[in-house]
Write a protein that binds this ligand. Structure first.
Ligand code: HEC
Ligand code: HEC
Length: 416
């Protein structure tokens, strides 16, 4: 495995003992492990692991939605993405690449104009207006008038870019925010490939290979191209180890992404990855507790009424705990044994590459709540449907289900 050893010191002070910061975050995340219980039809009660603190949750929501951690230094100064957005990205293009518009950020006059078809969706100037209103999920733009013209002078990204979407109530890609939902329409690679600073053919080839809903959170470190689906950032209150490979608790991973992927101005050190980045001032670390609390407050969305067959799901629950043997790993309120163990890729015959690139060498049993809305499945999106998931397990675990049991199990999975 290739590791890039790097020490990057930003700013003037070297005085931050990151090892200590990471240790104390691990303690912060050390919630009591809920006892393994029988899986439930429906979701875990939200009081099971202690109520999130409302004040911290409010702060965390602001950070999750709007905080760039100063990453404009990268997206604007280095990648010059603002130049491409200003000239070439109309609202229609933005929606086509999976960006979402927050209808609650729009003044009534703009909503009326949109509804009347009176907004020019083909004019990049409209995109600037939307950015000025803070209406594009996960993008922060600063617009200034220069020489009588509106110019986009800086652009940054927030967590909401990948981990939220909208309910489409106003139209495709336009609606109310759904924080924590993965944006499976978002073509991150295509958006980044617009950067005038990244026109190298090899880089372009990688970025155009990812496709909607996929991102590679290690590529800029190890150069391998093996993207994962963007996972939800909800339903994690009972889950002590995050990411597909169980890299660490919420705040560990939030710091990793904010610093190494979003390029926020913050500190992150992990000797396992050979990374030591020290920033002064550190715009990430002080925000991690509130950000974590917000994620802990996000429950997986319940399936819409009528979206699954209740009686079949009840039978499917018995398959899940019985003949299907799913409960031997998908256990407890979050349907995962992640608080106790991880699994070798061979146990469930997963492609091993991501596990090898990450620090644990193993996969975490994925929490299952919210499955109904987030196909495709498995870390690499290799199962397009829940039927594909069940067929995968029938092959790997040789569980031998009848056709009826299979259908019932799928209805149960849709109910979680
Ligand atoms: C460019 C897209 C992108 C951005 C921006 C992003 N993430 Fe992620 N996030 C991902 C991907 C992809 C993964 C899966 C990585 C893996 O498992 O190896 C992930 C994983 C996670 C997980 C783990 C989920 C689980 O089931 O364990 C959490 C929590 C999370 N991100 C929160 C955040 C927060 C908070 C921010 C802002 C600081 C953020 N992410 C920014 C793409 C993104
Ligand atoms: C040996 C442990 C184990 C058993 C048994 C097991 N799983 Fe899994 N499950 C995992 C692991 C590990 C993953 C993550 C794999 C990945 O993403 O590459 C996973 C992922 C999944 C996912 C994908 C979730 C998502 O959002 O991507 C579903 C659905 C699922 N399992 C359902 C089942 C069902 C149904 C059964 C029983 C037929 C079952 N599992 C049995 C360990 C297990």
């Amino acid at each position: 495995m290739r590791r890039v050893a790097r020490v990057i010191v930003r700013g003037s002070s070297r005085g931050v003992a990151l090892g200590l910061v990471v240790t104390s975050l691990a303690c912060l995340d050390g919630e009591p492990t809920p006892p393994d219980t029988e899986p439930m039809l429906g979701r875990a009660p939200s009081h099971a692991a202690g109520r999130p603190d409302p004040q911290l949750v409010r702060e965390g929501r602001e950070i999750f939605r709007y905080d760039t951690f100063g990453d404009e230094v990268y997206w604007t100064d280095t990648l010059r993405l603002h130049e491409a957005v200003e000239t070439a990205v109309s609202p229609r293009t933005a929606l086509d690449v999976g960006l979402k518009v927050d209808v609650d950020a729009l003044p009534q006059a703009v909503k009326d104009a949109l509804a009347a078809g009176a907004v020019d969706l083909d004019d990049p100037a409209t995109t600037l207006a939307l950015l000025e209103l803070d209406a594009v999920l996960g993008l922060r733009g600063r617009v200034e008038v220069q020489d009588g013209a509106q110019r986009l002078v800086s652009l940054g990204i927030t967590c909401a870019l990948c981990h939220s979407t909208v309910d489409d109530t106003f139209g495709p890609g336009i609606g109310r925010r759904l924080d924590g939902w993965p944006n499976r329409d978002l073509d991150v690679g295509l958006i980044v490939s617009l950067s005038p600073a990244l026109q190298d053919a090899d880089v372009q080839a990688v970025l155009s290979s990812w496709g909607p809903g996929m991102y590679d959170a290690y590529w800029n470190l190890d150069g391998l191209n093996d993207p994962t689906v963007i996972p939800p950032a909800y339903g994690l209150r009972h889950v002590e180890l995050e990411t597909f490979t169980g890299e660490g608790p919420i705040s560990y991973w939030n710091a990793y992404v904010a610093v190494t992927q979003m390029h926020g101005q913050g500190s992150f050190t992990d000797p396992r990855l050979g990374i030591e980045i020290i920033a002064d001032p550190d715009l990430v670390t002080p925000k991690l507790p509130a950000l974590r609390e917000y994620q802990r407050s996000l429950d997986a969305p319940a399936p819409p009424p009528g979206s699954f067959d209740v009686r079949a799901a009840a039978r499917g629950r018995a398959v899940f705990t019985g003949a299907g043997r799913c409960v031997s790993c998908h256990v407890g309120p979050a349907f995962t044994d992640a608080n106790r163990r991880l699994h070798d890729p061979a146990e469930t015959e997963m492609d091993p590459l991501l596990a090898e690139r990450a620090t644990t060498g193993q996969y975490r049993t994925t929490p299952l709540s919210g499955l109904w809305h987030r196909a495709p499945y498995f870390h690499d999106g290799s199962a397009a449907t829940l039927l594909d998931v069940v067929e995968h397990y029938e092959r790997v675990l040789a569980v031998g289900l009848t056709a009826q049991q299979r259908l019932d199990l799928i209805e149960y999975l849709k109910s979680l």
